[in-house]
Write a protein that binds this ligand. Structure first.
Ligand SMILES: C[S@@+](CC[C@H](N)C(=O)[O-])C[C@H]1O[C@@H](n2cnc3c(N)ncnc32)[C@H](O)[C@@H]1O
Length: 306
């Protein structure tokens, strides 16, 4: 796992209180939920949210039998766990999306919202997702759209150096990327996904409008405008529904986790750890207070020495 791309690390971050709670983003939260409900089948077997953070959207998944909240930040997952503790369907997994700790073909539904902008290597991420996707399933992806109206105006007025029309992603701040919708489609297709319906979201993410107009009204207008997403994408946020790759396996029952390094299926938790049975690998992973931690393997030399 040495060649993995850099990660935007939210460990210990105050993301929930700094960005969401009482921060004037009810409009964004509402319109994202509208788009998600339009794309995600309401019920199913296994669902994973990739980059779930503190579990803001977790109550959208109540129709699913098993829900994995996957994130690089242990501390945000602990926040999710604190407010969802009673619901046994949720499984909290810390790890890096470039090295997913799951067996092939596991997930019937995959959701990724407000996270792709941190992916320095989106194709590598899509490759991993194609591996863990169950054929016949759904991948709902939201991404930050570089070809939005504001970016086009700023570029036209020469107040922005990068072109919103160029296909390649733009890193407008360290580890923060905007993407061209067609580039995203191409990368998804290259990994076997079939991008389909698109919804544009957050058309009215404009400070003064949000202050002047009632949130409910803006959300209703955005809800209507979302349908234009199949034809043009002027909003800063785009949701795309992807059919999972047709090729590939469906995970056999009773398998779930796999070693993120060598992908060998992992057995039962013993003494608070999951051990890889592959003799060439042998890595062990910590399971502590309901959090499956695949960020880094347990340092076995330190255990032997102490
Ligand atoms: C802006 S937050 C969004 C959280 C959540 N999706 C939401 O909308 O409330 C981005 C999340 O992506 C996670 N993330 C970034 N890079 C990651 C990686 N390589 N693997 C797993 N999670 C990652 C961060 O830890 C963070 O929780």
């Amino acid at each position: 796992m040495t060649d993995t791309p850099p990660v935007c690390d939210y460990e210990g971050s105050d993301y929930r209180t700094r960005f969401w709670e009482n921060q004037g983003r009810d409009y964004e939260d509402r319109v994202e939920r509208i788009a998600l409900r339009r794309m995600l089948p309401p019920a199913g077997t296994t669902l994973i949210e990739i980059g779930a953070g503190f579990g803001r959207l977790a109550n959208e998944y109540t129709g699913y039998e098993k829900v994995v909240l996957f994130d690089y930040s242990r501390s945000l997952l602990r926040e999710a766990q604190a407010h969802l503790a009673d619901d046994a369907r949720f499984i909290y997994v810390a790890g890096n999306w470039y090295n997913m700790p799951f067996v092939d073909g596991l997930f019937a539904a995959m959701v990724q919202i407000r996270t792709l902008h941190h992916a320095a290597d989106a194709p590598a991420l899509f490759r991993e997702l194609a591996r863990i996707a169950q054929p016949g399933g759904h991948y709902i992806l939201e991404f930050a759209n570089k070809q939005n109206l504001k970016a086009m105006l700023r570029f036209g007025l020469k107040r922005q150096s990068w072109s919103p029309f160029a296909r390649e992603p733009v890193e407008f701040a360290a580890l923060n990327f905007d993407f061209h919708p067609r580039w995203i489609d191409e990368q998804l297709q290259a990994m076997g996904f079939a991008p389909g319906r698109r919804l544009t979201v957050s058309h009215f993410r404009i400070g003064f409008l949000k202050r002047l107009a009632p949130t409910g009204l803006l959300a209703r207008l955005d809800s209507l405008a979302q349908w234009t997403g199949n034809w043009w994408q002027l909003a800063p946020s785009v949701f795309v529904h992807n059919a999972h790759p047709k090729q590939g396996v469906t995970a056999v029952s009773h398998t779930f986790f796999a070693c993120p390094t060598c992908k060998t299926p992992l057995g039962e938790v013993e003494n608070g750890r999951l051990a890889c049975a592959n003799p060439d690998c042998g890595q062990q992973w910590r399971v502590e207070n309901g959090l499956y931690d695949f960020k880094e393997p347990i340092d076995q030399s330190s255990i032997i020495n102490h």
